[in-house]
Design a protein around this ligand. Sequence first.
Ligand code: NAP
Length: 282
Amino acid sequence: MGDIINGKILAEDFKQKIKAQIDEAVSKGYRVPCLATIVVGNDGGSIYYANNQKKLCDKLGLKNRSIFLEETIDEKDLILLIKELNEDNTVDGIMLQVPLPKNLNEEEITNLISPYKDVDGLTDFNNGKFYKGKKAFVPCTPRSVMHLIKSTGMDISGKNAVVIGRSNIVGKPVTQLLLNENATVTVCHSRTKDLKSVCKNADILVVAMGKPKFIDDSYIKEGAVVIDVGTSSVDGKICGDVDFDKVINIASHLTPVPGGVGSVTTTLLIKNTCEAWEKNVY
Ligand code: NAP
C-alpha cells in the first residue's frame, strides 16, 4: 500500500510563513495584501475555487474582493473592470477564473490583466518568460504538482514522467516544469494510442484529464508517484481522475482529491499575491 501525499499538511508550512509575513508588515503599519477574484457565470469548479480563495484570505489576513458576474455580462464591462483593478493600487493580485463563458474572448481578456498582478500566470507576458526560463508568475496548479512530487523525496532527474493532458493551464506548464528538473517527459492527450502502455512506463504520472476515476491500477507502474489533478463534480462531490482505492495499492505515493493538488494550489496563489504586494508596498 502506497503513501498518501497530504496536500493540506504540505500547504500548512506555506500558510504559517505567509501569516507571519503579513502580521509583521501590519505591525509596521503597512496595508494588508489584496486578491481580487473574478468569477463569470455559474461554473461549479470556478465557484468552488473562488470560495476557497476567500476562506484562505480570511484565515491568513489578506483582503479578498470576490466579484461574481452574470454569464451574460457585456465583454466591454468585464474589460473595464479588469482595467480598473489594474489601476487600483490597493489590489495586488487579480485571479480571473477560467474557463470563461463561450461568448467572451478568454484569450483577449486574460491578456488584459497587468502582468504584475497576474498571480496565476495566465498572460502571454508571464507565459513567454516562463517558457524561456525567466522569472515570472507560473500557473499555481503546475507548481503545486511539482511541490507534491518533490515532497516524496524522489529525485526527478532522469525519471520517466508521463503527463495526461495538454492544456495551457495544467498539462503544458507541468511538462515544462518536469523538463526543467531533467525528467524525460511524455505528454498524452485524447488522440494518444494505447494510453495504458505509455502510463505503465511512468515513474511519475500526472493526470489532468477531467475524467472522473478514469485511471485505475492497470495504468500504473509499481512504485510510481501519481499526482491526480482532476476535479470533476460527481453527485455534488469533487472527484479526481484516478481511482484512488485501486491505485493506492500499486503506487508508491498518490494524492487524494480533495486534499491533494488543490490544497497547495490555493496557498501558492496567495503566496504569489504576497510577492506582488511586497513589490507594491515596500
Ligand atoms: P482540459 O483543458 O479539459 O484538458 C483536458 C486534457 O485531457 C486535454 O488535453 C485532453 O486531450 C486530455 N484528455 C481528455 N480525455 C482524454 C483521454 N481519454 N485520454 C487521454 N487524454 C485525454 O482540462 P484542464 O483545464 O487541463 O483540467 C484538467 C482537470 O484538472 C479538470 O478536472 C480540472 O477541473 C482540474 N483542475 C484542477 C486544478 C487544481 O488546482 N486542483 C486546477 C486546474 C484544473 P485533448 O487535448 O486531445 O482534448
